[in-house]
Ligand binder design. Structure first.
Ligand code: O7M
Length: 215
């Protein structure tokens, strides 16, 4: 993903018309569009190809299965036109290796979740976040997902992965995180959903976040 605005749109609307309208409105401000279960379950995987004409698509399926199933999911998602996939890491190194291998074959990206941004994200993830981050680096992932709601954790995770891996960071706006703070803490991109797609003017909301980050 090319870094221009440091902003990824989380497009968690559930219908095609809204999704394409919002994506069109904000495409000049975002470096990528993250699509997950809400939109794909609502409209089918075909929406990925339509959105990919506007911006690279990150498929957020938080893949978490045995290596063979992970491989099948990744192949399906990359064939559908996604530029990147998001996977969990707690399933272990062999599962992550399977995603990285497919991504290499397709020349696509893999991001691994380390610690989640919501309050419950500390319950099980906190003790293993650093280990997952190290595994993501060792496995040759493109980057990790780390919480904008806790910039100090982004700083901790940056120390583990060094400068080679990217950090994409959700939790800005609706979850209380600040875009500028988490970029200063070492994130490369913020992932923003509701503050943009629920706004009366998604383009203005996206522009404000870009201006705040001065990326
Ligand atoms: O800005 P929001 O809160 O409306 O949306 C944030 C998006 O980021 C939404 O798509 C979440 O599913 C996702 N997300 C988190 O909010 N927290 C996490 O820890 C991880 C993710 C995510 O994208 O994981 C890959």
């Amino acid at each position: 993903m090319e870094k221009k605005n440091c902003l990824i749109l989380a497009l968690d609307v559930t219908d095609r018309e809204n999704a394409l309208r919002i994506a069109n409105e904000v495409s000049e401000y975002v470096d990528s569009i993250k699509v997950g279960y809400p939109l794909v379950l609502g409209e089918g995987l075909g929406i990925v190809k339509e959105l990919a004409e506007l911006a690279p698509v990150i498929a957020d399926f938080k893949v978490a299965d045995i290596p063979n199933t992970d491989r099948l999911i990744c192949e399906h998602v990359f064939n559908a036109g996604a530029d990147a996939i998001i996977t969990h890491g707690f399933t272990g190194r062999d599962s992550l290796d399977s995603c990285v291998k497919v991504a290499e074959e397709y020349d696509r990206d893999v991001y691994v979740v380390t610690e989640m941004s919501h309050p419950g994200g500390v319950e099980f993830f906190r003790p293993v976040a650093e280990t997952i981050a190290q595994m993501a680096a060792d496995a040759g992932a493109t980057g990790v997902v780390a919480p904008a709601t806790r910039p100090e954790r982004v700083r901790d995770i940056r120390k583990i992965i060094g400068d080679d891996l990217h950090i994409i960071s959700p939790g800005v706006g609706a979850q209380g995180g600040s875009a500028a703070d988490v970029i200063n803490a070492g994130a490369d991109w913020v992932i923003v959903g509701r503050s943009i797609y629920n706004s009366d003017s998604p383009a203005d909301a996206a522009m404000r976040i870009c201006n705040e980050m001065k990326c």
